[in-house]
Design a protein around this ligand. Structure first.
Ligand code: ZN
Length: 467
């Protein structure tokens, strides 16, 4: 029998592995981010649209807002919603001058009828939610600050449609069909796939393999190996943005010409900042390749495996920020910022209960609360303001919806690190099944120091290596 403790223990050990890769890949991600625009994405809490893998953006490079069905209160009093956008807009203003930040509000639908639960699979209603956001956000910021887009993910194939303010749509599925693409390798030009990568650093990092080698096999390491995937994201963002700025014809030696012609043809009618053109071409090209890989993986699966991929199969609810390293369809994600967290938690509970009818769990429903912090916490008050007190406020909302019948993991993580550090604020709460409390030994003004905290964090991480 698998207990909630076992679940969280496996879950945390996977998180240690993933966050270690991110740490090792820090320079690669920083290089990617230096060329990419700052991006904020608003999404549904559905686990099938989790993460930024289909957009080709590494974890930590996108800021997310997530609410059920992407419904939000657009009142200016909704502090969390507007503040999240302000954070990204100001990040762009000061750190990527002359390149506006990108805002995308995503809906999702499914050809198989497994659409957005929050909108009862009604795609028109889902579209209304994102259109309202696009309109209100467009009216609030200038075009030089923020480029506003809508998006629609088709969750069976994981193709994205980008929806521009003037109504222009660029649909990866349409390009796949028009260009008759079958495999991810079809997206690229043979002149690129057959040779070793021209950039020596990337070439080393991917073990001197050709793109063709990375893209071969049933589950190509181009996408399945996080190290290689991050390196290829960085390389392609670099190459595509440079070619678009320097000489567009050079791009035709990397990407298949008919695909590029279609994309440039569509983009020609849209008013778009010059510095965003390259990143958008990259994003569309990546999504086409990603979707082809996803479709190929699905086609090799058994019927049961297929359903687990295409329909809801989330195992837990995650409440807060910092869950980007989790795989797709692992968790229902609830973020603050809708104006009503309790309602979003209620939707997540319903999804989990429905999933448990198909995928049996021996233990209670699972909720993971995580607080993401930006910098170091030097004094106990820093810790209490940004983590301790917030955990309690969020735990109260979880209690409101789940009552006693739930197993909870509470943790914090650093924005650049994505490693969950478990802690217990209300120590006698039996719902907190995970026993580690990183802050426990130092949780008072007299004992707390940044050095002591970092030491406790290192001990926690080491504990997993010893196992
Ligand atoms: Zn949804």
């Amino acid at each position: 029998m698998k207990t909630a403790f076992d679940f969280f223990n496996n879950y945390l050990s996977q998180n240690i592995i993933d966050s270690d890769i991110l740490e090792r890949m820090h320079d690669v991600i920083a290089e990617f981010s230096a060329r990419a625009p700052k991006m904020i994405v608003m999404k549904c809490i559905d686990g099938r649209v989790h993460g930024s893998a289909q957009k080709g953006y590494p974890p930590t490079s996108v800021v997310y807002g997530r609410t059920d069905g992407n419904k939000v209160s657009l009142e200016k009093s909704n502090f969390w919603y507007w503040n999240r956008i302000d954070r990204v807009v100001k990040d762009a203003y000061f750190n990527t001058p002359l390149t506006p930040a990108i805002f995308i509000a995503y809906m999702h639908h499914s050809k198989m009828g497994l659409g957005c639960a929050s909108h009862n699979s009604n795609a028109e209603e889902a579209l209304k939610s994102i259109e309202q956001q696009m309109k209100e956000v467009r009216a609030t910021f200038t075009e030089s600050e923020l480029f506003v887009l809508g998006g629609d993910t088709e969750t069976d194939a994981m193709t994205d449609t980008l929806i521009f303010m003037d109504g222009t749509r660029i649909d990866s599925a349409e390009i796949i069909e028009y260009c008759n693409l079958k495999n991810p390798i079809d997206v690229f030009h043979q002149a690129f796939t057959g040779k070793k990568i021209d950039d020596i650093a990337t070439c080393r990092n991917i073990g001197h393999k050709t793109p063709k080698e990375l893209l071969s096999g049933e589950n190509p390491i181009f996408f399945s190996n996080l190290d290689i995937c991050l390196n290829m994201q960085n390389y392609l963002m670099h190459t595509i943005t440079t070619c678009v700025r320097k000489d567009r014809s050079e791009l035709y030696r990397f990407i298949r010409p008919d695909i590029l012609d279609l994309i440039f043809d569509k983009l020609a009618s849209v008013s778009i900042s010059e510095n965003l053109l390259g990143p958008l071409v990259y994003q569309i090209v990546w999504n086409i390749a990603f979707s082809l890989n996803h479709q190929k993986l699905i086609s090799n699966m058994s019927e049961a495996e297929k359903i687990a991929q295409l329909d809801h199969a989330e195992e837990l609810a995650c409440y807060g920020d910092g869950f980007e390293t989790l795989p797709r369809n692992k968790a229902v994600l609830v973020k603050t910022g809708r104006g009503n967290d309790v309602e979003a938690l209620q939707v997540s509970k319903n999804v989990l209960q429905k999933n448990r009818a198909r995928y049996h769990q021996d233990h209670k429903l699972l909720v993971h609360i995580n607080i993401e912090v930006n910098g170091q916490m030097t004094r106990w008050d820093d810790f209490n303001n940004s983590v301790g007190s917030r955990i309690l406020t969020m735990q109260r909302n979880v209690e409101n919806v789940f009552g006693e019948d739930v197993a909870i993991l509470t943790s914090y993580s650093y924005r650049s690190q994505k490693r969950f550090y478990p802690l217990k604020i209300s120590r006698s709460d039996s719902r907190l099944v995970y026993p580690v409390d990183v802050v426990g030994p130092i949780n008072s003004r007299t004992k707390f120091s940044n050095l002591a905290l970092n030491a406790e964090e290192a001990l926690y991480r080491m504990g997993f290596f010893k196992k």
